[in-house]
Ligand binder design. Structure first.
Ligand code: NOJ
Length: 737
């Protein structure tokens, strides 16, 4: 159907809808919270959308809406399928967004999006609340794992890829789903990295730093946006028309619909105290440009009474309904309310292979004093809880790790932990693998321990919950045991990190040092003087300066998904040459944050007196088994073409990510010390040199001026090209625009 036909059908429908039906169309019902009966009642009322419902339950809701609501408007189902369709226990589980960003490859994000879309659609659903386009600039934030890292450009390119993957060529295809760019905007920039508090932001800063990844979502045709919890200068984003209308629709060109985040509307009354009551909140949220209201079911009555009382024009609601119905028509839901997907594809071999490839591409080696790849070793000690903890490896938003998941919470095969990856390869290569957990990543709080160690509970349901929780009980601390296990090994692989209890919503961390006895375990193993590699299975960069200094090798896996452990083992045995690069800086200490590379210049050293200025590992860092060298950087300021010679100076083929940064020498506003504006991947054989050309655009050098307009200011610029954001890794040239 063309745009005009869609427009006409939307208007025809709208003219038949009662005020109540319009209000219902803007409501998104949380199935898991209200349950089946209540959900079916909402379906009959004509609710526009439901979230967190899968399979046959979703089909029943859809049939009820189509057959028993007056106008039979199909509903759309949304779900958090953010690194694979992870809330379905059969699904292929990909690396987290942060781990995927280590690939610096939008094609990997696109493939992850495509596979996820197929699986979500096969479950009869239409919409994923992904990607997260917030920047992860302070690792204390609990949701760093959900971001594509700290940089607007990299995040934008990965966003573009994944949105294309979700939405495919056409929204009405059986295996395409709606993407949702979230959380618009500034959520990751909350003060002190405390989840959902206010944001230190101005509109200029918002447009310069935080809008770009969201703009790339719009460029890719992203169908929906989700708003953030926070506020700008004392004004809740939920009630901010400038953010949602002027910037998003007029300036960025977004033409889909906007959904609030969880109870954003109610929170205007209960959390942010800027609305007197629900009616006031409903009017503020609707007038600001929120089209669909997630989970705040009181909105329905409130918005109806507000219109009846003359406190809000019905036209405001009409506009929201228009946006929603337009999308339903673009998806062709009236003809085909249920996506069919690709029957049998959930967790199929091809999808698992894609998750495995993504995991391999995300492995990021940060240090190697020569111990890797592991060759001529007879015995390897693999140590650490996270070497064999699939829950930690998966990270957030999977059936196994998220409270909204209904599944049994038993990890389902196939998956491969680091320990299992080593065991499989060890068996192939005749290398003995011994494993010891060493210590708990996060020891149980005393009250939980007491419950675990206490007598069985009388209530059988509570006892069943206890039994289940006990299965996921962390290991007891036993550092001497781990040392004994490792004593006769030729190499030690120590896996450290965090657990699902230490990240996610409500779980920001003040302290990024390794928790529990993990540092003591590291020191005890280091004292054995056996080659020691440390692997990080974690949701975020943790503060590991001592390990960076004294370990023989450091490998970062973050949350690598289903085959994250296999990918790590294969990389460390040298089965492939790792090519991951950091999308985020590693702080030396929580107190060093924020430490992102593209800071604005300071003039008193920009550092704490008791802390280095630079991070432990910088944005863009990552090594493989071959070093790359750079020479002969040229830049033509007329054609904006940069060229550079890149050589593989090693004896194994490998991929290099050529990174391009710029610095605006003099500008009307203070600009970052350097800013990523392009990157490209090149594969080089041993000894091979390639001249890499990178075409830049004038807009790459633009800024947002004090009038909040994006402009290119003529003048002097510096261009840096090289291996990472570190000064010593970059060649530099100067030019004038
Ligand atoms: C709240 C989270 O902030 C958001 O990311 C998520 O999509 C919704 N809940 C729905 O689960």
């Amino acid at each position: 159907m063309n745009n005009e036909a869609i427009r006409q059908q939307v208007e025809a429908l709208l003219s038949q809808m009662t005020l109540e039906e319009k209000a219902a169309q803007t409501v998104q019902v949380p199935y898991t919270v209200v349950g089946r009966e209540e959900s079916l009642r909402w379906a009959k009322l004509g609710a526009g959308s439901f979230l967190h419902v899968l399979g046959d339950d979703a089909r029943e809701v859809q049939q009820t809406a189509m057959q028993e609501s007056r106008l039979g408007i199909p509903v759309i189902f949304g779900i958090d399928a953010i690194h694979g369709h992870g809330l379905n226990q059969q699904a292929a589980i990909f690396p987290s967004q942060l781990a995927t960003a280590c690939t610096w490859d939008p094609a990997v994000a696109e493939e992850m999006g495509r596979v996820t879309a197929r699986e979500v659609a096969t479950d009869g659903l239409h919409w994923t609340f992904s990607p997260v386009c917030c920047l992860g600039r302070d690792s204390r934030w609990g949701r760093i794992d959900e971001t594509f890292g700290e940089d607007p450009y990299l995040s934008g390119e990965m966003t573009y890829g994944i949105v294309k993957g979700y939405q495919g060529d056409s929204l009405d295809a059986d295996d395409s789903i709606l993407a949702c760019a979230k959380h618009y905007i500034g959520y990751g920039e909350a003060v002190g990295a405390r989840d959902a508090v206010d944001t230190q932001m101005t509109y200029r800063k918002m447009k310069e730093v935080f809008v770009p990844p969201f703009q790339r979502a719009v460029d890719a045709g992203c169908a929906t946006f989700m708003t953030a919890y926070g506020s700008i200068d004392g004004h809740s984003f939920t009630a901010d028309p400038k953010t949602m209308k002027t910037i998003l629709r007029d300036e960025m060109g977004f033409d889909g619909f906007v959904v609030t985040d969880w109870n954003n509307c109610g929170s205007l009354v209960t959390q942010q105290f800027v609305a007197e009551d629900m009616q006031d909140a409903a009017v503020q949220a609707a007038e600001a440009g929120n089209d669909m209201i997630m989970s705040t079911l009181e909105y329905y009555d409130a918005v109806i009474t507000a219109v009846r009382a003359g406190k809000m024009q019905e036209a405001v609601l009409d506009e929201a309904v228009r946006h929603i119905l337009t999308m339903k028509l673009r998806m062709n839901l009236f003809e085909k309310p249920e996506k069919t997907g690709v029957p049998g594809c959930i967790g199929c071999e091809a999808h698992r292979d894609a998750a495995y490839r993504a995991a391999k591409r995300s492995v990021t080696m940060l240090k190697n004093s020569g111990m890797l790849p592991l060759r001529s070793v007879k015995k390897i000690a693999v140590i650490g809880q996270n070497a064999d903890d699939i829950q930690s490896q998966y990270g957030d938003w999977t059936y196994l790790t998220h409270p909204n998941a209904e599944a049994a919470r038993e990890p389902l095969r196939p998956y491969v932990t680091v320990k299992e990856g080593f065991e499989a390869l060890g068996a192939e290569k005749g290398v003995e693998i011994v494993y010891h957990p060493g210590c708990a990543v996060r020891p149980l709080p005393p009250e939980v321990l007491a419950m675990f160690e206490g007598p069985a509970l009388k209530d059988p349901v509570a006892e069943a919950v206890r039994q289940k929780a006990m299965k996921r009980r962390p290991p007891a601390d036993d550092i001497p045991g781990a040392v004994e296990a490792a004593r006769s090994a030729d190499a030690i692989v120590l896996v450290v990190g965090d657990t699902i209890d230490q990240h996610g919503e409500y779980k920001d961390r003040a302290d990024l040092a390794l928790s529990g006895q993990q540092m003591a375990l590291y020191r005890a193993l280091r004292a054995l003087n056996i080659p020691l590699a440390v692997v990080l299975v974690s949701s975020k960069p943790l503060a590991i300066p001592e390990i960076a200094d004294s370990a023989d090798a450091v490998v970062v896996a973050f949350n690598g998904g289903q085959f994250g452990g296999q990918a790590v083992a294969e990389a460390m045995f040298g089965l492939f040459n790792p090519s991951g690069r950091l999308p985020i800086s590693f702080p030396a200490h929580s107190g060093q944050l924020p430490v992102y590379y593209n800071a604005l210049p300071g003039w008193h050293g920009g550092r704490y007196m008791d802390m280095p200025r630079t991070p432990v590992y910088a944005f863009g860092e990552g090594i493989g088994y071959a070093p790359f060298t750079y020479a002969n950087l040229t830049f033509d300021a007329d054609t904006l073409l940069a060229t550079v010679d890149v050589t593989n100076a090693g004896n194994i083929a490998g991929d290099e990510v050529v990174q391009v940064y710029m610095h605006d020498v003099v500008a009307s506003v203070i600009r970052p010390v350097k800013q990523l504006i392009a990157f490209t991947r090149v594969t080089l054989q041993p000894g091979e040199t390639k001249t890499v050309s990178i075409q830049l655009k004038r807009d790459d050098f633009s800024l947002v001026n004090r009038e909040e307009k994006r402009v290119v200011e003529p003048g002097a610029f510096e261009l840096f090209v090289g291996h990472s954001s570190k000064d010593e890794d970059l060649l530099k040239t100067e030019f004038r625009l």
